[in-house]
Design a protein around this ligand. Structure first.
Ligand SMILES: *[C@@H]1O[C@H](CO)[C@@H](O)[C@H](O)[C@H]1NC(C)=O
Ligand SMILES: *[C@@H]1O[C@H](CO)[C@@H](O)[C@H](O)[C@H]1NC(C)=O
Ligand SMILES: *[C@@H]1O[C@H](CO)[C@@H](O)[C@H](O)[C@H]1NC(C)=O
Ligand SMILES: *[C@@H]1O[C@H](CO)[C@@H](O)[C@H](O)[C@H]1NC(C)=O
Ligand SMILES: *[C@@H]1O[C@H](CO)[C@@H](O)[C@H](O)[C@H]1NC(C)=O
Ligand SMILES: *[C@@H]1O[C@H](CO)[C@@H](O)[C@H](O)[C@H]1NC(C)=O
Ligand SMILES: *[C@@H]1O[C@H](CO)[C@@H](O)[C@H](O)[C@H]1NC(C)=O
Ligand SMILES: *[C@@H]1O[C@H](CO)[C@@H](O)[C@H](O)[C@H]1NC(C)=O
Ligand SMILES: [Zn+2]
Length: 464
């Protein structure tokens, strides 16, 4: 069964009993952390065995497959990362689950934060259909810089990191993929490597511990790795503790598995306000949003494949018709499944032909050090270097197929479900964004509601 669901639907799935309980019997090892002088030092306590500059991906048989069902079969985690269910929040559940708000490491972090400075902003409520209840919130004055209500990206609060939502360089396509690492990403990652394309990868913590080689491969290939929360929920509806845990355990997962700790994150559905931003800032995280949305995750479900292809074509046209003459953009696309990744490979040649630069967000912002660790750096924006060797591949569809087919040996990947069930773990798919294909920063509560209603209806139709 193939289910695309919203974060809200994750809860429904759990109710219906789809979530697999993890069955590890290994006992939790005691955390050694008990005090933390500064919250922003939290990442120094993660004792990762992974050298981010020397990652070895096992030559497991499925790595050379393009068949999702083959790729997504169980494999043993890499030897330098041991998954122990007792040490992590439950997969696809709020990151305070499994007692994770009470661990000494989390308590140390929590207590190091001066919560008296936290903005007194309400935790948002959900309507029964799963949409956010914005009743009573003044969307015009937008006091909390709540993106879901207004697409606000400039915090109204001092000392809170301002969002990145566009690439300032002209003719630039900011390449971002959310919801990975997905077990069926081998062909896609092969393609990116063969074409020397770097993207910003927003990884979900539950996926990172579930498919560790997938995340290691992203790091090894030099992509810009960022945090996409543990369980992909609407962050403004979570309490301070829950928000902190969603970010913290994803930071930890990425560090333990890839050896680096991100300084960027992206909220699921773009749902962020100044309370959530303030907490992210305590962890040294800056929010990255987008200003163009493909809705690729919906292809084949709430949208037709053709309409998503049309959206891609429109965004590509904007690369040559003057829309981005003076500045660029960041596009929301997904690693979520074979459909979205196939779309990516279909359109990247055309995108590279239409835009001068097709690059990850760290590069387009000249952020050469996108991790707390200083060991791993990313090349800065450099017009000549960034503008593609691309154009070459761009005109030929054949180039795509051959690149996708030529699998680098030992290149990698993933397929595991650490719950040992060998069944696809909780299908908890994740879906961002509520905008239409109309273009720049569309957002409204009605769209959000329509989206949730559609997602819930779709889910139920599958479950029934
Ligand atoms: C890289 O990792 C491999 C396998 O873990 C190890 O044998 C090798 O010594 C490492 N190389 C360096 C330079 O650290
Ligand atoms: C965590 O600790 C709080 C109090 O500090 C307690 O109320 C709660 O039950 C504990 N939760 C778990 C899962 O142990
Ligand atoms: C939305 O919130 C308002 C104000 O808190 C409340 O009166 C209303 O009942 C809520 N609506 C729903 C559908 O929950
Ligand atoms: C550029 O193309 C887009 C997508 O087709 C279109 O919406 C927009 O109006 C065009 N802009 C110009 C200046 O032609
Ligand atoms: C990964 O992709 C496969 C299909 O390619 C899909 O069935 C699966 O749900 C995805 N997994 C997650 C966790 O998103
Ligand atoms: C997955 O994608 C690959 C290439 O993008 C394609 O060849 C294959 O048919 C797809 N598989 C499924 C099950 O959709
Ligand atoms: C990045 O660096 C280049 C080259 O130094 C410069 O031209 C450009 O304005 C910088 N871009 C940003 C967003 O800082
Ligand atoms: C890009 O970087 C290369 C290597 O550092 C340098 O030689 C070149 O001048 C740079 N180009 C621009 C436009 O900054
Ligand atoms: Zn997402």
């Amino acid at each position: 069964m193939y289910i695309k669901i919203s974060a809200v639907a994750v809860t429904l799935i759990q109710v219906v009993g789809f979530a697999q309980a993890t069955t590890s019997t290994v006992s939790a090892s005691k955390s050694t952390v008990s005090t933390l002088s500064k919250p922003q030092d939290y990442w120094k306590s993660f004792n990762s065995l992974v050298d981010p500059l020397n990652i070895t991906i096992a030559a497991i048989p499925q790595t050379t497959s393009n068949d999702p069902s083959v790729e997504c079969t169980y494999y043993e985690p890499p030897s330098n990362f041991k998954y122990n269910a007792k040490e992590w929040p439950n997969l696809w559940e709020t990151a305070t689950s499994n007692g994770m708000a009470n661990t000494s490491e989390f308590q140390a972090l929590y207590n190091a934060i001066d919560w008296s400075k936290a903005p007194k902003i309400d935790v948002r409520k959900l309507n029964t259909d799963g949409s956010i209840n914005m009743t009573g919130y003044d969307q015009n004055t937008d006091p909390d810089c709540w993106w879901s209500a207004s697409t606000c990206t400039k915090p109204k609060l001092e000392g809170v990191n301002e969002d990145i939502y566009t690439c300032p360089e002209p003719q630039t396509w900011g390449l971002t993929y959310d919801d990975g690492p997905n077990c069926s990403h081998n062909a896609f990652y092969d393609y990116l490597e063969a074409e020397k394309i770097k993207a910003s990868m927003f990884y979900i913590g539950s996926n990172v511990v579930n498919w560790p080689y997938g995340a290691q491969r992203g790091q090894k290939a030099g992509h810009h790795i960022a945090d996409h929360t543990w369980s992909h929920q609407l962050m403004t509806t979570l309490t301070n503790t829950e928000v902190l845990a969603e970010l913290y355990y994803t930071q930890k997962a990425i560090k333990m598995v890839t050896g680096v700790t991100p300084i960027h994150w992206r909220p699921a559905f773009g749902d962020v306000d100044d309370r959530v931003r303030w907490i992210a800032t305590q962890l040294g995280l800056t929010t990255i949003l987008w200003d163009l949305d493909t809705d690729d995750w919906a292809a084949g479900t709430s949208e037709t494949l053709e309409s998503v292809q049309k959206t891609y074509e429109d965004f590509i046209a904007m690369g040559t018709n003057g829309t981005f003459k003076n500045s660029g953009q960041i596009v929301l696309t997904h690693e979520i499944d074979n459909t979205t990744m196939t779309l990516a490979m279909e359109f990247l040649p055309k995108i590279r032909a239409a835009y001068k630069n097709v690059i990850d967000v760290a590069t387009c912002m000249n952020i050469t050090n996108p991790y707390h660790e200083s060991t791993v750096t990313i090349a800065p924006f450099n017009a000549s270097a960034a503008s593609s060797p691309a154009a070459a591949a761009a005109s030929s569809a054949d180039a795509v197929h051959s690149a996708a087919a030529s699998v680098t040996s030992g290149a990698a990947s993933d397929a595991t479900s650490k719950d040992g069930s060998k069944a696809a773990v909780s299908a908890a798919a994740a879906v961002d964004s509520v905008s239409t294909s109309a273009g720049i920063q569309v957002s409204s509560n009605s769209l959000l509601m329509a989206f949730f209603a559609a997602a819930a209806a779709y889910l139920f139709s599958k479950l029934m």
